[in-house]
Structure formats: structure tokens, C-alpha cells
Design a protein around this ligand. Sequence first.
Ligand code: ARG
Length: 459
Amino acid sequence: MKRQVTKKAWAGRFTEAPNPLMEAFTSSLAFDRRLAPYDIRGSIAHCRMLVKQKILSRTEGEKIVKGLESVQREWAQGRFPFLPADEDIHMAIERRLTEKIGPVGGKLHTARSRNDQVLLDVRLYLRDEITFIQQLLSALQKQLARLAKRYSEVVMPGYTHLQRAQPVLLAHHLLAYYEMLSRDQQRLQQCGERVNVLPLGAGALAGTTLPIDRHHVAKLLGFPRVSENSLDTVADRDFLVEFLSVCAILSMHLSRLAEELVLWSSSEFGFIELPDAFATGSSMMPQKKNPDVPELIRGKTGRVYGNLFALLTVLKGLPLSYNRDLQEDKEPLFDTIDTVKGVLRVLEAMLPQLVFRQDRLRAAALGGFTLATDVADYLVEKGLPFRKAHEVVGAVVRWCLAEKKGLEELSQEEWQRFSPLFEQDLFPRLTLESAVDRRSSYGGTARSEVQRRLRSIKL
Ligand code: ARG
């Protein structure tokens, strides 16, 4: 009796019952169940096409669609009854459909294979997830731009080699991340175009002898294109590799931002105060406030990279066309989607609550001789070759280090010991505001440039 209920769709050829270990090992149900709503939607479109092509009768088609709709309701209400013998979500749904409407349910799989069906489900699912991730990313970009606007006058040290280099606007630094995320948006968009191709109708690998209309299914499901080669269609996972790469790059960007938040919140930098609601304490050291959120954002990048490599490795030795190895595409995909969405959500919520300590930023920007390039540029304007100017200012810095003085503390007489070209008009140059605002080359850190960029961003 039990065997009757759990009979496999492919049991016809077999004389022995499946080994439970084999069933557990090959099952994908534990993770592919999230595809259920897409599987049902795809099946309804497939069934409508079969009716239009007179492969199924109108009555059969109606029964199947009604049955699928009722399975969808069960799913949405969390009442879908899984069985241990369900091999994957596609089999589970078809099994449930047949329980509900009888043997006519067996006609749904006409002119289709799970090989093209699983791709349809994944493409429909990923298409939605990409849109969702794009929205989360836009929201995060908006928060970055708002923060830039809020702190639009604040100066901080810009770094190279993690050594103080030249003063920049905090807004300029924040908008650097905005630009990275804009490229991530473009990549998601372009990747989405290659996801948006109908695979159904490729059959198991070679197409089908039945008179299907793939373009009709594409229209019903909103796919602008239909795949060209059935073998390629069931073997191809490029669109997933591409998506995982795009997410790896995005995660790398977010990890760099996270790393800066970790550094900036340390007492050594003291540039930011993390909101209490997004920090954690130590169970042992009462004084601690730890940046666990940015640390985990940085840490989770590891699994996003790993997922990309897992999939590339699964694919590298596969002969055409479908191989069961390809079932291993799903966990890396789902894990990356969940991880990236989690990271984007928490960052978007945390950013507006960051408090920047303007006094600390300013003090750090003044230290470290960050105006040295400005002094060299001054000498260049007075006609000195840049190499020579560099040398002169190098000597000034060396002297200041010995005397424990900052550049802005030197008198004109002291300056003139290094070059007669130093005159009174040097002094107005030796402020952070002047150093920032004079860097007004396109895309530079000058307030005028940063304001121009901010104006082009919708807030
Ligand atoms: N669960 C399978 C997967 O994700 C569905 C396709 C099964 N096809 C097959 N020929 N066994 O790849």
C-alpha cells in the first residue's frame, strides 16, 4: 500500500524499490522547495500552451490549472504535505496534483522534462530575486548619498597605503562607495537580461516531437527571448555563474566599506560612533562595544566567493548535456541570495545611524602633513619644476618632523629658508578648505564637484 503512494514517476523501468540512502542522498527537496511558486506558475503556462496546441483538451487543461491553483493555495498557507519519497519540488508538486485531480494530472508533464523545467523555475525565481536585490541596493545607495549630503562640509584625511595623503571631503569618500554600487547595479541589470530567456521546450536535451509553441509560453511568462539550442539550454548554468560573480564583486565592495567602519570605530581612529542598536558587547570586558555587524559583513564575503567557486568547479568537467551534478547549483545560489540580501538590509538600516566625529576627522586631516602636495603645487605655479618642488617640500617636512611642527605653524621667514619663492600668498593655501576646494578637476574632492555629483542623485 505504502509503495503505491510513494511510487516514483520513473518506477516503470525498475524492479527493485529505491534504497532509502539513495533517496536521501539524491533528494533536493530540502532546499529546492523555495522554487514551488515558480514551478506552479511555469506549469500553468505550460498547460495553457498544451491546450492551445490541442495537445491537451480544454477540459483536461482546466482540471490541471484548477488543481495547480489549489496546490498553490496549500503552499501559500503552509499546508503542502511533503512526503519523504518526494525527490524534488517538481515531483512533489506533480504528485500532489495527481492526488487532487486523479490520473489526468499525469498529462501535465507532456512535452517537458525536469531538465528544462528546473531551469524554467530557477530563471523565474532569479529574475524576481535580481529585481529585489536591485531595490535593496538602490535603497543602500540612497542612504550613502544622504549621509554624504548630511556631512557635506566635513573634511577627513584621504589615504593611500593607509597613510594620510591629502584632505578629502567625507562626502567624497562616501560617494566613492555610491559609484561602486552603481556599477554593481549595472552588472545586475545586464546579468538579468541573460537570465530572462525561456528554457522550457528544450525537453530532456533534444526538443520534443510534440507540436509545442515555445514562443507562446515565453509570452505568457514574460520572457523576451527563447533559448536557441536545446542541448545548451539544459546544460547551461552560465547565468548562475554570472550572477554569483556579480554578487561576489558586490560583496567585495560592501566588505571594503565594512572594513572601514571597523577601522573608523576603533579608538585608534575614532572617526565614528557605531549606533548601540547595531553593536554588541563583550561577555567578559565591560568596556567593549564591538563592530560585529561590519565584521560579519566582511566575513560573509567568504561564503559568497566560495559559492562562485563551488559552482565553477561543479561545471568544469561536465559533458553535455544535463548531468545530475547540476543539482548542486542551487545551494550556492540560494545561499548567496540570502546572504547578500541580509547584508544589504542591515547596512541600509545601520548607515543613517552612524555618527561621524567631525573634530576627530578634522584633527586627523590636519596631521600627517596632508597639505604638502598643496605647497609643492604652489611652487609649481611660481615656475619651479614639479620634481624640484617635491624636493624642497620634502626638506620642509623633514625639518618640521625634527622641530615637531605642523606646516601651518611655520612663519614666512622659516619658509623662506627653504625657497625664496615662498611669499605671503602661501598662507591662505594652508587650510583644509582651500586644499579641498582647489581640487576642482572633474570628479575631484572640491565642494563644487561633490555638490555637482550629489545634485545628480535623487535623494
Ligand atoms: N532536482 C533536479 C535538479 O535540480 C531536477 C532535474 C532532474 N533531472 C534528472 N534528469 N534527474 O537538477
